[in-house]
Design a protein around this ligand. Structure first.
Ligand SMILES: Nc1ncnc2c1ncn2[C@@H]1O[C@H](COP(=O)(O)OP(=O)(O)OP(=O)(O)O)[C@@H](O)[C@H]1O
Ligand SMILES: [Mg+2]
Length: 431
């Protein structure tokens, strides 16, 4: 039986077998539609070329037979288009391995795509706290990081983008400092051009004594309101003044850009949603992240999820090269006893297995390139350990915890990550 995962390898195989036919075309697109059915799209000129049309039809006939039921009937399986760009209809295409001039276009039902990586934002570094699994200490670490950077005099802007299970604001702001609105309110008001009027009431300022500041923009306001109804509309694209459609994640980026300027932020910390999820995709790929912290706890589930994401990126070679130097593994909740070293060694080994294929191969005599050994401590796969610590257990009391926090203890638990952040923020341009 042929299921979805067989489509790509079989298609590649069929096209390789007929590469002399494909070579006669200026370009060829393999289009996998929203239902997972494949069509070939070829230049219009091929429709009238003597013999070529029949040859393409024969290739599609063979392909359709082999990937059934993921094909159309041979009569409707080939489209003729004037240009490759028009045929892509805004979707990005990646080259098919080994088949010259053939590209694969994958249409997804989701709007956010893990494959379009925005350039690093030129202003304050945007640090995304991401993980495949939930409950790994992401939000707690973010709170400690915000505090620590503010203690160094930085103006820290924190965004709670875990929209579907918000909570960070209750950790960093006491109830009386919660702002009236949150990110979901802005996303909904922006649809009716009312977003700007919320900007003054969409953030709360932490009262933790620091020489810098922490401004926090929560997922929702003091009163959660009709949250489910608002959340269901956040994802709406909007037609802008120039008549083009702005996706919800581009709208979100516009909000982050506005907030960055308004608060003259030195650094922006973003609490992303966990998993291969739409909001997480927006945080990791669309907001101009400077660094994506990938939280991991040792276990099969972590690596299965990350592998799925990496293999999607690797298939699209230019995607992995665009994002790989922004990724950094973080080991969350590392056992704080004699198991620690063994735990971290196992984690490093699995992490290296994940990252290894994203590194360049070192050719003899070459020293440049994106390449790291397994034991390299400044490599992206080298885990920055956040230690499990009894004093940090139990999120309910985090606001209280932060009031009584002391620097030595924060350093002991989060030190490795904080040193990394300090370097990252130091490299970024302060506004
Ligand atoms: N360093 C730590 N030591 C001990 N407990 C911790 C530590 N960091 C977080 N915790 C606890 O682990 C639990 C999960 O933490 P947290 O909410 O920060 O994780 P998360 O990854 O943000 O989870 P979610 O996916 O639900 O947002 C909480 O009970 C928290 O108090
Ligand atoms: Mg969290």
């Amino acid at each position: 039986m042929i299921t979805f995962d067989r489509i790509l390898p079989i298609t590649t195989d069929v096209l390789l077998t007929h590469r002399e036919v494909i070579a006669k075309l200026e370009w060829l697109l393999v289009n996998r539609d929203l239902n997972g059915r494949v069509r070939l799209i070829v230049p219009e000129s091929a429709a009238s070329a003597v013999g070529l049309r029949e040859q393409i039809e024969a290739v599609y006939g063979e392909l359709a037979e082999r990937i059934k039921p993921h094909a159309h009937s041979p009569g409707s399986g080939i489209l003729y288009e004037t240009s490759r760009e028009d045929a892509c209809q805004g979707a990005s295409a990646f080259p098919l391995d080994g088949v010259d001039k053939a590209w694969f276009v994958d249409r997804l039902a989701t709007e956010s795509r893990w494959e379009s990586i925005a350039d690093v934002s030129p202003g304050a570094p945007r640090i995304v706290f991401f993980s495949i699994k939930g409950g790994v200490g992401r939000s707690t670490t973010l709170a400690a990081s915000a505090w620590s950077l503010a203690m160094q005099g930085k103006r820290v802007l924190v965004l709670d983008l875990d929209l579907e299970s918000p909570g960070l604001s209750s950790a960093l702001l006491p109830p009386e400092r919660q702002p009236e609105y949150g990110i979901t309110d802005w996303l909904v008001e922006d649809l009716v051009d009312n977003g700007d009027s919320l900007l003054a009431d969409i953030y709360g300022t932490s009262d933790l004594p620091t020489s810098g500041s922490i401004h926090l923009v929560p997922a929702h306001g003091r009163e959660i309101g009709e949250y489910v109804s608002k959340l269901g509309r956040c994802w709406m694209p909007k037609r802008n003044d120039r008549g083009t459609l702005e996706s919800w994640s581009m709208r979100l980026k516009r909000l982050v850009d506005r907030l960055e300027v308004r608060h003259r932020a030195d650094v922006i910390l973003i609490d992303s949603r966990a998993g291969i999820d739409e909001v997480a995709a927006a945080c990791v790929t669309d907001l101009g992240a400077h660094t994506v912290l990938m939280f991991a706890i040792q276990g099969q589930q972590t690596w299965t999820g990350y592998r799925a994401l990496f293999s999607y990126w690797r298939q699209r070679r230019d995607v992995i090269t665009k994002i790989r130097d922004r990724l950094q593994l973080v080991a969350g909740l590392v056992p704080d006893d004699e198991r620690r070293l063994e735990y971290l060694t196992a984690l490093r080994s699995d992490s290296y297995a994940l990252f290894e294929d994203t590194y360049d191969e070192v050719k003899p005599g070459e020293i440049s390139g994106w390449n790291f050994e397994e034991d390299d401590d400044v490599a992206p796969h080298s885990p920055l350990a956040v230690r499990w610590n009894r004093g940090w257990y139990g999120m309910m009391s985090l606001q209280q915890r932060m009031v009584h926090v002391d620097q030595a203890e924060v350093k002991a638990v989060f030190g490795m990550l904080l040193d990394f952040l300090e370097r990252a923020v130091g490299q970024g341009r302060s506004m």
